[in-house]
Design a protein around this ligand. Structure first.
Ligand code: FAD
Ligand code: SF4
Ligand code: SF4
Length: 393
């Protein structure tokens, strides 16, 4: 569908300009004109006092969605090890597949990573589509896109889920463009519409101030990326088995336009926030970079890792790999201690599902206290040393 102005009815009142959230409407003389920024949201239609805007069929009928079945999860592996997010997505995929009444399938690419097939069954996959070739040993955009795109064309999954890792964020859009379908990035919730079994993909929008639920009604597959740590890992059922489908892997000259010469791990200290059971995070309230020494002492004492708010990262006090929140890492530890962090919605988006939240803040009205299980109102430079003393005993 598309949205158009009915020129004969338009009175040039400009009301639609104010009502378009995407600034897609301009005036061409006395008549409104809809530009390419239009998302077909329909807001202007409801607000035109002269019924001068309508939805029209632009001939884009999509695909025959009845041909598409099954939920696929991209089983991202690195160095022959499944990424945690792939396992989390198998748990989520299982739930979605059961609601739709279809199979859960994993797509595994690599070079002789056969031992991962059994692991995928044990985490819930009914079917594993497996592509093994030297060209797939390390992630390569062209190689992975070609193999998985060809599998999608042949086997027609109705849903494809990928982790919002660096690799998933590269591969997902490439596949979506090849398939001519949409992709919802960084979903925080996936549900099946009980009426028509379509995937409802929810993600934060407008800087996290509202949650948008996005549908892909006429194209397939429905594709989503989900950030690590958002979904819960399923129980591993030892000995569970499934069906193996080996994918044809053939590359012609020119198929792979890039070559991985060397893999260099990040030089900055990397933290695994997603797997951490205890996180002690510092924010702007630390007031200086040295404040993180105190945060680290507390984290070390508790056997945890150091997290940070974006303000602390933006101040240059700590590396971005420590950032928790909407544009950092989503975490779900047993214990999250927020020190000198106000509790902005974008920070909460990344940590509010932690099992127990402790907040230390000198402002008793700080929003962080609304999500905290335990709140300590006070100066962190007094509170943390006291905690360390008590823990020392
Ligand atoms: P502040 O808001 O400045 O809060 C500092 C707190 O410390 C205050 O509550 C103050 O009372 C307290 N304090 C001060 N001194 C002391 C003391 N001595 N002892 C105890 N308490 C003290 N933010 C994130 O964290 N993660 C994200 O991923 C993220 N993504 C974003 C994405 C977008 C699109 C946007 C627009 C913003 C994003 N932000 C993110 C930024 C977010 O909106 C906030 O600006 C940020 O979280 C604030 O960090 P803060 O709480 O450390 O700082
Ligand atoms: Fe024309 Fe309707 Fe827009 Fe007014 S609100 S400018 S009548 S299209
Ligand atoms: Fe703007 Fe939505 Fe109207 Fe398109 S349909 S012109 S995006 S208000």
């Amino acid at each position: 569908m598309a949205v158009r102005i009915i020129a004969e009815k338009c009175k040039g009142c400009q009301k639609c300009l104010k009502n378009c959230p995407f600034d897609a409407i301009t005036m061409q003389g006395k008549i409104a004109d809809i530009g390419p920024a239009c998302t077909n949201c329909g807001n202007c239609i409801e607000n035109c006092p002269f019924d001068a805007i309508e939805k029209i069929d632009d001939g884009n009928k999509g695909v025959d969605i009845t041909l598409y079945h099954d939920v696929w999860v991209f089983a991202e592996q690195r160095d022959n090890k499944l990424m945690g997010v792939a396992i989390e997505l198998l748990g989520e995929g299982r739930r979605l597949a059961d609601e739709i009444g279809c199979r859960l399938c994993a797509v595994l690419c690599g070079d002789k990573v056969d031992e991962l097939v059994a692991e995928l069954y044990e985490y819930g996959a009914d079917v594993v589509y497996y592509a093994s070739a030297p060209e797939l040993k390390t992630y390569n955009t062209d190689a992975y896109t070609k193999v998985i795109y060809e599998a999608i064309v042949k086997y027609k999954p109705e849903i494809v889920l990928l982790g919002a890792t660096h690799i998933g964020r590269d591969l997902g859009p490439c596949l979506a463009v090849h398939c001519g379908t949409g992709l919802t990035a960084d979903c925080t919730k996936l549900e099946i519409d009980p009426e028509d079994k379509k995937l409802m993909q929810t993600r934060p929008a407008f800087g996290g101030n509202l949650m948008a639920t996005i549908l892909c009604p006429r194209h397939r597959p429905q594709m989503s990326t989900v950030r690590p740590g958002v979904m819960t890992k399923p129980e591993r059922v030892s000995g569970r088995r499934g069906e193996l489908v080996n994918l044809d892997v053939k590359f012609a000259d020119g198929d792979i336009r890039m070559q991985v010469l060397e893999v260099v791990k990040g030089l900055t200290e990397q933290v695994s926030l997603t797997d951490a059971k205890i996180i002690v995070s510092g924010g702007n309230g630390l007031g200086k970079p040295e404040g993180f020494e105190l945060i680290k002492k507390l984290a070390d004492k508790l056997g945890g890792v150091v997290g940070a708010s974006r303000a602390a990262v933006d101040n240059g006090w700590i590396d971005h790999s420590h950032q928790v929140g909407q544009t950092g890492t989503t975490v779900k530890p047993e214990l999250y201690i927020a020190c000198g962090i106000s509790g902005a919605i974008q920070h909460l988006a990344g940590m509010q599902t932690s099992k127990t939240i402790v907040a230390i803040n000198k402002d008793e009205n700080a929003p962080i206290f609304e999500v905290a299980d335990y709140g300590i109102v006070g100066d962190l430079y007094k509170v943390i040393p006291t905690l360390l003393e008590v823990l020392g005993e």
